[in-house]
Structures are given as C-alpha cells and as structure tokens.
Design a protein around this ligand. Structure first.
Ligand SMILES: Cc1ncc(COP(=O)(O)O)c(C=O)c1O
Length: 432
C-alpha cells in the first residue's frame, strides 16, 4: 500500500497517481486511472494545471459544469463570506437567506408559470425529484396507475436509481437492476413528423404515463431536439395529461446561448431541472423549478400529499450564495450572448470537417458542440491527440464533445477549433 505523502515536495504526479490507484474508486468504473490522467491542482480562467506543471485549455469545463472557468473571484468571495456568516441552516425545519433569495432569482429568470423551486444537490437528485413529484402528482389526483416515465434514446438523466433507469444505453447488468415503469423511445425529430414514436406510445398508454423527460440538447452526444419536435412533445403531453420534465442540468443558465435551452422553442415545461450552470462547479447544487399549479396539488392536499422528500443539504446556504454570485456574473458579463457567439464561431470552424468520409455529423447549440465520427476508437484518438496538444475535450461513444466555459474568448475558441481540426486530420492515417 502506498503511504500518503505528507510533505508537499513529494506530492509528485506519479506518487499521487499511485495512491489514487490504491484508494480511489472513480465514477464510471471500471475505467482506472492511466498514466496520462490529468491530476488537476489549480486553474485560472479556462485553463487548468496538472500536478506535473502542464497547462491545458479545458474545452469541456471540467464535467460540463465549470461555466465560469476557474478562479472566479466574485463567486469565491461570496462563498467564503457565507461560510463565515452561516454555512447553512436546515430547510426542512426552517430556511436560510441565500436559499430564499436564489429561489426568487431563479423565478425571475424563468418567469411565470415556473415560480417555485425545490433545491437539491446534484443533477441526478434533481431528476429523481422530478420523477417522484410527477408520480406523486398523479397519485394525489386519484390516478396512481399513471406511473410510466418516458425518456428518449441516448438520454442521460443521472446515476441514481430512477434517473439511471431513464438513461438509455446502460450495460446489460444495469438493465437487470432497473426498476419497472421506465420506457425508452426513439428520439423525437428522427421520425418525419417530429414526435411519431411518442404519439404512438401515448395513444396506447397515455392514461398510464406520468411524465415525459427531455433534454433540449442531449449532454451525451450533443443531439439537438428540434424546436418543432419539442413543441410537438409539449402538445402531446398536454393532450394526454402527462407532465413535461425538461432536463436542463447541462443546458440551463446559458450553455446553449439562451438562459435556458427551452427558450429557443418557447415551450415551457411543468418541471425544470437545472444544476451545473447554477453554481458553475464552485459548490454542489441543483434545482427543480415548477409551476404554482403543480405545487398547489401538493399544498391543497396536505394530508394526502405531503411530499416526503428532501436532503440534509437541500438549499445549502453557501451553495445558494454561490448560485446568486454565479448568476450575477453570467448577467453582468453578458455570458449568455458570449456562449451564442463563440458557439457559432466553433460550429462554423468545425463545418470544415463535414465532407470528410469519417465525419458523420457536426451539431450543437451555443457552447455545446459535438463532432460525431465513424466510431469510438477514432473519437478516442481525436481526444488523445488534442490532449497532447494541450486542449481537453470529452468523448462519449463516437462523439467528441466540446463545451468550454461560457467565458471562453474568441482566441481561445480559435485555438480549440484549430486543435480539433488538426486532431481529426491526424486520424486519417491508421493508428500506429
Ligand atoms: C442532462 C443531464 N442530466 C442529469 C445529469 C446528472 O447530473 P449529476 O452528475 O450532477 O448527478 C447530467 C450530468 O452530466 C446531465 O448532463
């Protein structure tokens, strides 16, 4: 067993990786750390430094969450100030000031009818909460048979039990332990009429469907839900009495070039889940924002419908203080408009790759851009080539996902595009 070094001078990259290999269980196992794993020690703007001193342009915003980049002083100061004053106060028994203020701030941004926010700690928890609210809602209204939850192929809604059940593409073993009542349909926008599979499904099972879950842009592969399809989904939900849940854990708070992804289509959800861009990675926080109508169903049936649900850290005061400061920066620095402009710049540059025989698609919205290649191996080579050149991107299956912080500059965007074009060309020759 490797001893943890106590002297900072011996915290070499190799030493840290050896301890990591002995003691850390990384998410998305069984992938183990490899010698080229980045062990991040510091960051500034869009850049992170590895323990060996190498500097990278982080074109994936850590886990798509570092929307303000690293070292954002106003957010750090706001969190520190709140920690010194009151780190948190239980929201089940009481309330705290940043949580109250942030709930109002979110309501100002979403506008009516989305006025009521429930805080939790991660995107998965937010989606789990949406699913529970949807099932409770119908049960309270006397329709407990309405329990089916519909999601779409390639979706990712999280890693807790119900959220994972709505995340297509699980391993065969994961499918065996998946709870009942979750249905995966082809993605709207693929069929000619935009939402054909959902229409057919609801025609048969509409009276048993609690909710339909949609990501405006899928975080796994950057697949875009066409605006017309989202409108068709909304209409179908209304017709069949199912709640529409928009998963904006990744797209919320500016990533797509609008404050929320749904603002491209004008469709309003019944439940909106947000997380990453809310605190930009400075603290862990997520939100479920819903309508007064949904809230009232619970409020008006208190004895029947007490929503027995919550987390110790729901509405954590320092996390909510981070959220308030993040939203100040997003608005005062015009970062939503920046995401739109830099995203357009990136997409235009990547269009150059479209004629290549091994490029299947170039797509994206704002700063959530994906290049789909002809296989996972080529995508892995592109990612590795870019890393060697000092630019970090994410790979999911055959897709190379580019999602830099919303503060990314024109020059940095050009650097990302140049590195990506070079990496894609480099894969034209077989791997050595
Ligand atoms: C669209 C979407 N939903 C849900 C989640 C789950 O969020 P978390 O990892 O914070 O649990 C993610 C995370 O990547 C996501 O992209």
């Amino acid at each position: 067993m490797n001893a943890l070094p106590t002297d900072p001078a011996v915290e070499s990259r190799a030493g840290l990786l050896a301890v990591d290999a002995d003691h850390l269980w990384h998410p998305w196992s069984p992938s183990r750390v490899s010698p080229d794993t980045v062990v991040a020690v510091s960051g500034r703007g869009c850049e992170v430094w590895d323990a060996d001193g190498r500097r990278y342009l982080d074109a994936k915003s850590s886990g798509l969450n570092a929307t303000l980049g690293y070292g954002c002083r106003p957010v750090i100061d706001a969190v520190n100030a709140q920690l010194s004053r009151l780190m948190t106060y239980d929201m089940g028994e009481g309330a705290n000031v940043p949580a109250i203020r942030l709930a109002r701030r979110v309501a100002e941004l979403t506008g009516p009818p989305l006025t009521r926010t429930f805080f939790c700690n991660s995107g998965s928890e937010a989606m789990e909460t949406c699913i529970r609210i949807a099932r409770f809602y119908h049960a309270v209204l006397g329709a407990p048979r309405r329990h089916l939850v519909v999601s779409f192929e390639n979706a990712y809604h999280g890693a807790t039990m119900a959220a994972a059940a709505c995340s297509a593409g699980s391993s065969p073993v994961a499918k065996e332990v998946t709870p009942a009542g979750f249905v995966t349909l082809p993605r709207p926008g693929r069929a000619a009429d935009g939402a054909g599979a959902l229409r057919d499904f609801l025609a048969r099972h509409g009276d048993r469907t609690a909710a339909v879950l949609v990501e405006p842009v899928q975080s796994r592969g950057g697949h875009l839900l066409p605006d017309a399809s989202l409108r068709a989904v909304r209409e179908l939900c209304d017709r069949h009495g199912a709640l529409l849940v928009l998963d904006e854990v990744t797209t919320g708070f500016g990533r797509t070039g609008r404050m929320f992804g749904y603002q491209h289509s004008g469709v309003r959800p019944d439940l909106l889940a947000t997380s990453k861009g809310l605190t930009a990675g400075y603290m862990s926080l997520a939100a479920v924002t819903t309508t007064e109508h949904v809230f009232d169903v619970f409020d008006a049936n208190k004895t029947k419908a007490g929503f027995v649900h919550g987390h110790t850290h729901s509405g954590h005061a320092a996390a909510c203080a981070a959220g308030l400061a993040v939203l100040d920066v997003v608005e005062s620095e015009g970062l939503v408009a920046n995401a739109e402009a830099r995203g357009a710049q990136l997409l235009a540059a990547l269009e150059e790759t479209r004629p290549l025989p091994y490029v299947r698609d170039v797509r994206g919205r704002g700063l959530l851009v994906s290049l789909e290649l002809d296989g996972s191996r080529r995508a892995a080579r592109v990612r590795a080539h870019m890393k060697d050149g000092g630019v970090l991107v994410r790979r999911t299956g055959p897709n190379v996902l580019v999602a830099p912080p919303l503060i990314v500059t024109r020059d940095e965007t050009e650097r990302i595009a140049t590195a990506l074009l070079a990496a894609v060309s480099a894969t034209a020759t077989p791997a050595p």
